[in-house]
Design a protein around this ligand. Structure first.
Ligand code: DGY
Length: 348
């Protein structure tokens, strides 16, 4: 699909993206926009090299693509100077290779913060109240009357939510769970947690002023503290060498037997084989997963586990957010082509 065929700058999007604002932005700035219409979901490196062709000024790509040496050198040979991932995470992008070939890299933070946190909150509630199991039960025609024991789950109020990775999304999630459900909070972040600290301080003042029952919070000095103390744990780190299999067999064994674990970050943060085994041995342990170690696949056994809720990497999938992500990605590429500041540069 080609927009503005006579545009001076050739910008390729490896996928169709929601909305038209991103296309209009590029067209207005003299870009020819080419959108790949290939039906298969995941494009190979060879597919993308072919899309880049001989002349390409910038590419908007997806988290399912492997942006490394081969693609950045192809883009640079085609005269390209800009690449943007349509995602906040950029573990699929080799930023060093991009730098080596003089290609600026952008990502799309901010617009997906609340949407992603809302999905983590949805999975938390769904796991705590066993909503998916109950829905399946109902549809199977098994409901034959109210019973005191039927689908008894956890009351979140007064329990402790643990947040690992207190960046934008982790902090938004923590706010939702503390303010919305009056959970106590324990959080762990290696780098910084200023956002969350400001919130808990201000919220504490608010509770005092309104005379409401206070909730407690603390910044943990080790991750294990969170694992041991929290009833509900949500993972929000970036994926890199240090967070690969951050949650492994040993760490799973430190969590409460009836804990709930949520992951809307990246699949490889959890050792999924160890998780399946843990779910098998601890039927009261529950998990809500938006991401998987070998996406789009699940490790054997996971799909059969009643104590797991699994959804297909949809944390940022709200219309407003996806249109915003597309727009930010276009602005990133445009910025570099036209010499404006790149909107969002992970190197900054
Ligand atoms: C991201 O942006 O990194 C999400 O995984 C997809 O929205």
């Amino acid at each position: 699909e080609v927009w503005n065929p006579n545009g001076k700058y050739r910008v390729v999007s490896t996928k169709s993206m929601p909305g038209t604002r991103w296309i209009n932005l590029l067209i207005q700035q003299d870009c020819r926009v080419e959108i790949c219409t290939e039906k298969k979901t995941i494009l190979s490196v060879e597919d993308i090299v072919a899309l880049i062709g001989d002349k390409c000024d910038g590419v908007i790509g997806q988290l399912t693509e492997d942006w490394g040496e081969v693609l950045f050198s192809a883009l640079s040979r085609a005269g390209g100077k800009a690449f943007s991932n349509m995602a906040v995470g950029y573990n699929n992008v080799d930023v060093n290779a991009a730098n080596k070939y003089g290609v600026a890299v952008g990502n799309t933070p901010g617009v997906l913060t609340e949407t992603t946190a809302e999905l983590a909150a949805s999975l938390s509630l769904a796991a705590a109240r066993r909503i998916v199991e109950a829905d399946e039960f109902m549809r199977a025609g098994l409901y034959d009357g109210w019973l005191p024991h039927l689908f008894v789950g956890n009351l979140l109020k007064g329990q402790t939510v643990g947040v690992i990775g207190a960046g934008r999304i982790g902090s938004a999630y923590a706010r939702m769970m503390v303010e919305g459900f009056k959970m106590n909070l324990i959080y762990y972040d290696l780098y910084q947690a200023t956002r969350l600290e400001k919130f808990v301080t201000a919220y504490g003042e608010f509770l005092k002023a309104t005379g409401e029952k206070p909730v407690t919070w603390k910044r943990a000095s080790t991750m294990d503290e969170v694992l041991q103390e929290a009833d509900l744990i949500s993972l929000h780190p970036i994926l890199d060498k240090t967070t690969y299999h951050l949650v492994n067999k040993e760490r799973l064994s430190k969590m409460k037997k009836e804990a709930i674990l949520i992951n809307c970050s990246r699949g490889p943060v959890i050792d999924e084989v160890a998780l399946v085994e843990h779910l098998r041995q601890n039927p009261m342990f529950r998990v809500g997963l938006d991401v998987f170690e070998d996406e789009p696949y699940m490790k054997p056994g996971l799909a059969e586990m009643k104590n797991a809720i699994v959804v297909p990497h949809i944390a940022s999938a709200s219309k407003w957010t996806r249109e915003g992500m597309a727009t930010l990605a276009a602005l990133n590429v445009l910025g570099k082509i036209k010499g404006y500041p790149v909107w969002s540069d992970p190197n900054r």
